[in-house]
Design a binder for this molecule. Sequence first.
Ligand code: NAP
Ligand code: G4F
Length: 345
Amino acid sequence: MKKALITGITGQDGGHLATLLHEKGYEIYAIIRGQQNPRRSQVEQEFPYVHLIEADLTDPSSLVRAMQTAEPDEVYNLAAISHVGYSFKDPQLTADVTGKGVLNLLEAIRLTDTNNKVRFYQASTSEMFGGLDYNRPGAGYDEDSLFHPRSPYGVAKLYAHWITRNYRESYGMHASCGILFNHEGERRGLEFVTRKVTNAVARIKLGTQEYIELGNLESKRDWGYAGDYVEGMWRMLQQDKPGEYVLATGETHTIREFVELAFAEIGLKLTWRGEAEKIEGVDQNGVVRIKTNPIFYRPAEVDILLGNPAKAEKVLGWKRKVDFRGLVKLMVEHDIELESPVKLI
Ligand code: NAP
Ligand code: G4F
């Protein structure tokens, strides 16, 4: 039985990955931080087969202890301060966790894995590309595209990306980076735009909310389903050689398109009025459902993300299964179920 150690078990991808590895027969260890992590009991209930170890990416000795306890074959580093907007508010913590935390983990592996057998996955991101005019994706960003991160999060992730490559080159570690484009689903945090929208749409359908306040509606993202993407992470660590792989759908859509589709799922058709940072989305009954609020705009924006997953498709045999419409539908349906009052028989 193979053993895996996951960081970020309380997050979106951690949940999907634990499910996948359990199905594949792994013994799973995961680190959890904090004296009273509010998501601990949920993890314990949902994943009773996961052994939890107290550790924090910013505490190097806790990571050494986690490695000694788990003695894993594979380590998946999913932990991060992962919200781009938040990273502008706390750039130093973001650097410590999302950037230097990865160095702490690599060192813990190097110091404990004396036979150099551990395979390591680093959660790199399309945010490293930045989407600037001179750096447009064309047919889609791939593993050789230029980096130009546009947020403290993106900069921290770029450090993590390169330190992972450096440990591979310096110490012969089997260390791979998945450059993942946005992936969403029923486990997505409510602070991210897709889930914020689908959850609000469900509440609007149920009459407990009237409208949603959003920021930039014009940026474009390459959105896939998280369940498909954790399969790609696992495939990377099954290769003989480590490497970098883009996981993406090869399609890009505006936030506005996502919003329109989500409302269409509950029978509301939006039309738009206003411009710049004062835009409203109005339904066919004349009710304002979308308002923009400057607090949700970022000091620097990534205008467009579009990925080219050709290498992952060819080498890993990976392909996303859920398409854009399927993703929106899945999330809205899940949130309607979640927000519905318990039906008493
Ligand atoms: P997420 O839902 O925000 O989960 C982040 C996880 O990191 C949480 O479990 C959190 O645990 C943990 N964490 C935060 N600070 C920590 C610390 N100091 N020590 C240990 N754990 C800590 O993120 P996700 O969407 O699952 O994404 C997984 C990874 O992929 C992240 O690294 C993200 O940056 C990267 N990524 C995500 C996407 C995407 O579209 N989802 C795309 C590309 C890359 P707590 O409960 O303790 O807060
Ligand atoms: O959903 P978002 O916060 O995701 P973002 O910034 O693309 O980052 C996510 O994907 C990255 C991969 O590319 C990951 F590395 C990262 O960890 C995270 O998972 O925002 C998407 C877009 C942005 O352009 C943002 O400005 O939506 C725009 N937006 C508009 N209104 C909003 C809102 N974003 C949020 N979070 N909340 C809003 O109200």
